[in-house]
Design a protein around this ligand. Structure first.
Ligand code: UDP
Length: 327
């Protein structure tokens, strides 16, 4: 299938692009390279452009005879979304509106959207199921939920088949360990701890030690990037039969910040300086998924559930690429 991968040069997008190609699909990357890395997509077809450019989108969908779209192009910093909401609404919501409009114009019906556990806000019950209330507590989560609703209405109108996949904490390196996490600035826990272990950072800061969890630090559900991407392939297939899919993608296991640090220590054999700091605003104590719906609807199964193994893939990528991608 010819699949347009919006944000295909980013961390999740580049892993998805590689997997699509490995599985015999034809990925075409659409990316403005504001955050992505050209070297992460190797020789794949690339359209450099912005989702705000409606004419370019329509031309691209027509030129490449695109049959499905996977959309990873979004801003992802919760704190920044609180400080700069308009930036988030413009990029995450308005640009996606543009994309759906171009899809409608050109008759492309299949859409896979990167959603997030942040749509749930502070969950009332753990593990989180898809029928838990959606009450985002920051503009990031709200823009993702707004896109889900836009897709829902477009689907109800008979114009779209879509999957909104609600990611928990994507991590690790995929494509045989060659595609890793390189956000600039980096804000995600695992790459930050690895950088501290490599001596590229003085310490790792633990954001809060007084949470109601077993060791006082936040618990998250870390899911290997390859498992995450594989769910997208299954969803793509399922869109032949289903108009609307909304699923959590998580490992169904929780690990605290301290456990993640200990795991990086063990995998790397390095000492890591820890500094305990204030809670990060808007961080729920525990976010772990029920992935039963993805199992039932997509036939998905997590193949790499072990945190140590996940961290090993990330550690190896960072060791092989100590300065990240060259571009
Ligand atoms: N975290 C931390 N120190 C850091 C970065 C993150 O203690 O330097 C914590 C953060 O508060 C959260 C967890 O690590 O509880 C995972 O954070 P991340 O930003 O990787 O993902 P999120 O869960 O926010 O999507």
């Amino acid at each position: 299938m010819k699949v347009l991968v919006c944000g295909g040069a980013g961390y999740i997008g580049s892993n998805m692009t590689a997997m699509l190609a490995r599985e015999g699909h034809e990925p075409i990357v659409f990316d403005n390279l504001s955050k992505g890395h050209k070297s992460a997509i190797a020789d794949k077809e690339l359209v450099i452009g912005d989702l705000s450019d409606y004419n370019l989108l329509v031309n691209t969908l027509e030129k490449y005879k695109i049959e499905a779209i996977m959309h990873f192009a979004a801003f992802i910093e919760v704190g920044e979304s609180v400080a700069e909401p308009i930036k988030y609404y413009r990029n995450n919501l308005c640009a996606t509106h543009n994309l759906l409009h171009a899809m409608e114009t050109t008759g492309v019906r299949k859409f896979i959207f990167s959603s997030t556990a942040a749509v749930y806000g502070i969950p009332e019950t753990i593990p989180i199921t898809e029928d838990s209330p959606t009450k985002p507590i920051n503009p990031y989560g709200q823009t993702k939920l707004a896109v889900e609703e836009m897709c829902h209405h477009q689907s109800e109108a008979g114009k779209l088949n879509f999957a909104a996949l609600r990611y928990f904490n994507a991590c690790g390196a995929g494509n045989n360990g060659t595609l890793g996490e390189d956000h600039r600035p980096e804000s995600h826990l695992i790459p930050l701890v690895i950088q501290a272990a490599m001596g590229k950072r003085e310490d790792i800061k633990i954001f809060g030690t007084n949470y109601p969890t077993h060791d006082g630090t936040c618990v998250r559900d870390y899911i290997h990037i390859e498992d995450l991407c594989r769910a997208h392939l299954l969803a793509l297939k399922q869109l032949d039969n289903q108009r609307e899919i909304r699923c959590n993608l998580g490992n169904e296991r929780g690990h605290s910040v301290r456990e993640v640090i200990e795991t990086v220590k063990k995998v790397s054999g390095k000492e890591i300086k820890i500094t305990e700091t204030e809670n990060r605003p808007g961080d729920p104590p525990v976010l772990t998924a029920s992935a039963q719906k993805a199992k039932d609807e997509l036939g998905w199964k997590v193949e790499r559930p072990d945190l140590e193994e996940i961290v090993e893939t990330a550690w190896k990528w960072h060791s092989d690429n100590p300065n990240g991608y060259p571009d």
